[in-house]
Design a protein around this ligand. Structure first.
Ligand SMILES: NC(=O)c1ccc[n+]([C@@H]2O[C@H](COP(=O)([O-])OP(=O)(O)OC[C@H]3O[C@@H](n4cnc5c(N)ncnc54)[C@H](OP(=O)(O)O)[C@@H]3O)[C@@H](O)[C@H]2O)c1
Length: 300
């Protein structure tokens, strides 16, 4: 919200760079909140119904940046963001850039330094929820970087709904959360498809298997919370289950998968960590101890 010299108020004009599924969802949410919206995309013709709803599409990045007081970039990766921003070398006075592109913490910090060298007020961010959540109460967006930039864009970013948490001055912090959360997602998806492959190889009907598999998913929230407490306390009681027991369990999975010709690479990597833990005398401890074993320098 901006108060003009005549005392009236108007909503901050927003530019969205990138009209993939997420960029379109972000632009739609800004329109829903009645912000003036300008959009730009490398490939023209992707604005769809955003134009009918009042968005303005421009052909050049430079025009897009000049139109918005807050520019939100949401592209495939940081290389694309930098390549696009190189096309707007000027016109950043009194403007802020929020980069909601997924990336790595080091890339976010580098991008922040790059923006700073060009006098661009920069905030990094990560979208944790799918497109349909944007603009609703379930949207989750992490932001990090200079506090004064966050304060300047906070109200505008509220149009995206849900929670937009500022995680502090380190511009890499939002990406750090994102990659750690993606770590869970990537390995979980791999685990799920691997389990279906194994179950199918044993002739188990997928829907019947799913009925039990969802029960495993239900155990995870409590486990995540408990692990957090143990890692914080650096204390890993093995009362519920031990690393030694997990070593035995994972061996059965590896052997059965291998007998069916199913790749067991992810499991053998996990088993290697477990074996290191046992070799270091951690066999009687709980599974959260593996965090410290993983953190050790890579071993042969
Ligand atoms: N979709 C989701 O549910 C979701 C959820 C959370 C986070 N995210 C994150 O949001 C970001 C955008 O995701 P998305 O789903 O919208 O689709 P995406 O496929 O990751 O990105 C598509 C956008 O990137 C642009 N692009 C690709 N290469 C480019 C280049 N070299 N130069 C300029 N522009 C380039 C595309 O332009 P063209 O149209 O010209 O190809 C399009 O605007 C990603 O970082 C993604 O990880 C997405």
């Amino acid at each position: 919200m901006i108060t003009t010299s005549d005392g009236n108020t108007r909503l901050t004009p927003v530019t969205v760079l990138g009209l993939g599924p997420m960029g379109r969802a972000l632009a739609a949410a800004f329109l829903d909140a009645r912000h003036p919206v300008t959009v730009w995309n490398r490939t023209p013709g992707k604005a769809g119904d955003l134009l009918d709803r009042g968005a303005v599409a421009v052909d050049s990045v430079q025009d897009a940046v000049r139109a918005g007081e807050v520019t939100v970039a949401c592209l495939i990766d940081y290389d694309a963001v930098q390549a696009v921003l190189e096309q707007a070398p000027a016109g950043w006075e009194n403007r802020r850039l929020v980069n909601l592109t997924s990336g790595e913490p080091a890339q976010a910090r580098q991008m922040s330094r790059w923006a700073s060298s060009r006098g661009i007020d920069y905030l990094d961010g990560a979208v944790l929820t799918p497109t349909e959540a944007i603009g609703t109460s379930s949207a989750a967006i992490l932001l990090s970087g200079a506090r004064h930039v966050h304060e300047a864009v906070q109200e505008t970013m509220a149009a995206l709904g849900g929670t937009a948490v500022h995680l502090g001055d380190d511009p890499g912090r939002a990406s750090a959360y994102e990659v750690a959360l993606l770590d869970i997602f990537a390995t979980s998806v791999n685990g799920i498809v691997h389990a279906f492959a194994l179950a199918s190889a044993e002739g188990i009907e997928p829907a019947r298997f799913a009925a039990f598999a969802t029960g495993i998913g239900g155990l995870l929230p409590e486990m995540i919370t408990r692990f957090a407490q143990q890692i914080r306390a650096d204390h890993y009681p093995g009362e519920r289950s031990t690393i030694a027991s997990a070593a035995s369990g994972i061996t059965h999975v590896i052997n059965t998968a291998t007998s069916h010709g199913i790749d067991a690479g992810m499991l053998t990597a996990a088993k290697r960590t477990i074996d290191h833990a046992v070799a270091d005398g951690h066999g009687p401890e709980g599974l959260a101890r593996l965090t410290t074993v993983l953190r050790k320098a890579s071993r042969p």
